[in-house]
Write a protein that binds this ligand. Structure first.
Ligand code: ADP
Ligand code: MG
Length: 404
């Protein structure tokens, strides 16, 4: 049986956290395992091509304006960058080098066309470098039942809060699709759409003095519709949602916990739900080589690997441990207690720190890749990345189908 493709969007609440640097090197590291395509969806900054010193003959301009198949717009690394041919399974789709308004600000139809094309790409892994922020050009490319990979850093606390807002936006997008006016969900529901919409608005608007998070929303909705199956759909969408994050510019566990992970987790608990699972995939240390490589336009993982710190086999074994410290995580899931959530995060940080003590950035990337591969092979499709992206019009259907 052909293994299903995984589409892994990389997003961040704000720019400048290292999203493109991560997406690029992560995709390179993944391509050592199976064919991988990186797609630059951060239109307007065309940042991926700026980090790779390789001529681009076709990019998203040709896809949108000349009707080229997306597969024809994939660029391979220039041979000079990869003389040993270690990364022949890597390709990237560049954004246009100029701002072209109707490409940069895609219409809903353009987004649908690109989603179809990404779904049709022939690769094992497709990594998306998304724009930062929360407009439809970001949200529509996020997976359906998990967050893809969120990047934030202890150095930019505002980006951490913004990352938790991405999670919130994803879940509300699903809710709104489910309860859209005209949805068949209202067929046997004696409640007018407007009443549900008002409740969703209240849950989404944190300025509302009667603000509720999604757990509160589910409770209130139960009060309105009783035991209607819609409740199960909503609860399932929230409770099985998985958040994955990576810390960039890591500077020690205390710092990361206090200025990034704790506020991130607390924000999600308070404003989104106390029942999601939140997984730390690992971190990338700050290193001048990374910045220098970006400036030279030779991705840092392409440089000669002189490190012999951790043989790959040892790192693979390490990476399989502590995948969310299951026992603690399931305790936290059963009894949503904010302290336990934080305890899980701190314990995970300590465990990862044992694994990654003295590790260099190469090991950092490899570790995250091994963890990703392990999650993809051992858990359900949709727990990490997704086998396809869903257009807004397909969401409702997909929600009903995925429910277990
Ligand atoms: N781990 C790191 N160590 C050192 N410099 C980094 C690291 N990650 C990113 N940078 C630098 O930070 C800046 C922002 O990175 P970039 O990937 O462009 O962020 P974003 O895509 O989030 O805007 C760049 O100058 C990049 O070279
Ligand atoms: Mg970027």
């Amino acid at each position: 049986m052909k293994k299903s493709k995984r589409i892994i969007p990389i997003s961040s609440g704000k720019g400048g956290v290292g999203k493109t640097t991560f997406a690029l090197n992560y995709a390179l590291a993944l391509s050592r395992h199976a064919p991988t395509v990186l797609v630059d969806l951060d239109m307007g900054t065309s940042s991926v091509r700026n980090l790779i010193d390789t001529p681009v003959t076709r990019d998203l301009y040709h896809f949108f304006k000349q009707g080229r198949p997306l597969a024809d717009c994939v660029t391979q690394l220039d041979r000079r960058l990869d003389p040993m041919r270690r990364f022949v399974d890597f390709g990237f789709v560049a954004a246009p080098h100029d701002v072209i308004d109707d490409v940069t600000n895609m219409s809903a139809e353009s987004r649908d066309a690109l989603i179809d094309a990404i779904n049709g790409l022939d690769a094992s892994y497709v990594v998306l470098d998304l724009k930062s922020g929360l407009d439809p050009n970001v949200i529509d490319f996020l997976p359906f039942s998990n967050s893809g990979i969120l990047i934030f850093t202890p150095h930019l606390p505002a980006a951490t809060v913004a990352a938790s807002q991405v999670v919130k936006a994803m879940l509300f997008r699903k809710l709104r699709a489910l309860f859209a006016t005209g949805s068949e969900i209202y067929n046997d529901l004696s409640v007018p759409p407007a009443r549900i919409h008002a409740l969703i608005d209240r849950a989404e608007d944190t300025y509302d003095p009667q603000a509720i998070n999604l757990d509160g929303f589910i409770e209130e909705l139960s009060g309105i519709v009783g035991g209607h199956p819609a409740i199960k759909l909503v609860a399932h969408a929230v409770h099985f949602f998985r958040v994955h994050f990576v810390l960039n510019l890591f500077s020690g566990i205390k710092d990361s916990y206090e200025t990034a992970i704790k506020p991130f987790t607390e924000n999600i608990l308070q404003r989104v739900s106390g029942r999601l699972s939140i997984m730390n995939l690992g971190w990338i240390i700050a290193h001048e080589d990374i910045d220098r490589a970006n400036n030279r336009r030779v991705p840092v993982l392409l440089g000669a690997d002189r490190s012999q710190k951790s043989p790959a086999t040892r790192l693979t074994q390490l990476a399989r441990r502590h995948l969310g410290s299951r026992a603690l995580a399931s305790r936290a899931l059963q009894r949503p207690d904010p302290d336990q959530y934080l305890e899980v995060q701190l314990e995970t940080l300590r465990n990862l720190n044992d694994d990654l003590k003295n590790a260099g950035y190469r090991e950092n990337f490899k570790y995250i890749v091994y963890r990703s591969l392990h999650i993809m092979s051992s858990m359900r499709v949709g727990d990490f990345g997704d086998s396809r992206l869903f257009k807004p019009s397909e969401m409702r259907h997909a929600m009903a189908r995925r429910q277990r």
